[in-house]
Design a protein around this ligand. Structure first.
Ligand SMILES: [Zn+2]
Length: 308
């Protein structure tokens, strides 16, 4: 099965992250009420807004905004500007992500994102703070009935980030998987693990193993799009996480954790070559020379702390 930009009442919004098409997604789920899942990065508010309009909806139609993980600008970044134009919308998050929305300037984004990408970019707007009055705290297992037979069930799923949630969408039996499966580009057959600051691969394995029990027909990917082989993708993601942890354990136990970053880059390189063919030189240059090497170093640090 190939890439879909819409599945019945679920619409993909291309957030144009860093100016790259089909790289980061938000989603609209439409019943009698409308839910927006994730919001794109602050510098791409126009792209997100246009994407919503292109599907025939407007910001003022939105009733619910769910943020799959508050720690990341490319998912939480436009909550405030969207709320300004969505008077009825309420924002729902895992409570432990609260301060990333209410006090984003207190967050060390430079540390959290790969050098040069989101935080350091010249002219970047940065994230606007969200009024606490618009924020509602989720509990694991909460269900939202959107009408027209559509219900969204919240499942707390840490691993990619501590405030991570996934959302099971009943009508199409789809799972908004957050970034738990890593980077999996629906249209380019590229799949590799992500290792941002604060991610915990041991927790991610536990979350994915639990989620595999759901009766899923499709995955709504954070990066990017809809795929209809949910279990295959989640099992491959689990395999990737195990390979990373094996690399970490091997070099930590031998006392040479400095070898971890190169081993991680070597593991991911075949996928990067596929990305180069499928998506072109510009995205490849960013990912291969900035994003992946930076995250490989963060993973080495994680291993030294957690795999001793
Ligand atoms: Zn993320």
């Amino acid at each position: 099965m190939g890439y879909l930009s819409r599945l019945n009442n679920v619409y993909v919004i291309d957030t144009n992250m860093l100016g790259f098409p089909n790289y980061n997604s938000a989603y609209l789920v439409v019943g009698d009420e409308i839910a927006l899942i994730d919001t794109g990065e602050p510098d791409q508010f126009e792209a997100v807004s246009k994407g919503i309009k292109a599907h025939g909806f407007s910001l003022s139609d939105i009733n619910y905004i769910f943020v799959t993980h508050c720690e990341h600008l490319d998912h939480a970044g436009n909550v405030a500007p969207i709320l300004k134009q969505s008077p009825n919308a309420k924002v729902y998050i895992n409570p432990i992500g609260d301060s990333y929305l209410t006090n984003p300037s207190g967050t060390n984004w430079g540390e959290r994102f790969s050098a040069g990408a989101l935080a350091r970019r010249a002219g970047s707007k940065g994230m606007e703070s969200v009024s606490p009055a618009r924020i509602h705290h989720l509990k694991d297992g909460d269900v939202f009935d959107l009408g027209k037979g559509e219900k969204l069930r919240i499942i707390f799923a840490p691993g990619h980030q501590p405030s991570g949630i996934v959302i099971f969408e009943e009508k199409n039996q789809g799972l908004f998987i957050n970034d738990l499966v890593g980077l999996c580009l629906a249209d380019a057959n590229v799949h590799y693990p992500l290792n941002p600051f604060g991610s915990d691969n041991i927790e991610a394995v536990k979350s994915l193993e639990k989620l595999l029990e759901l009766p899923m027909a499709c995955l709504y990917l954070g990066h990017y799009g809809i795929r209809q082989e949910p279990k295959e993708i989640m099992l491959r993601a689990l395999g990737n996480l195990q390979k990373l942890l094996d690399i970490g354990r091997k070099w930590v136990s031998r006392g040479n954790p400095e070898n971890i970053p190169d081993a991680v880059v070597e593991m991911i390189t075949p996928e990067l070559e596929k990305l180069r063919v499928g998506r072109g030189e510009k995205l490849y240059q960013y990912v291969a020379y900035e994003h992946v090497p930076f995250q490989a170093k963060l993973f080495a640090r994680y291993c030294q702390e957690r795999l001793k």
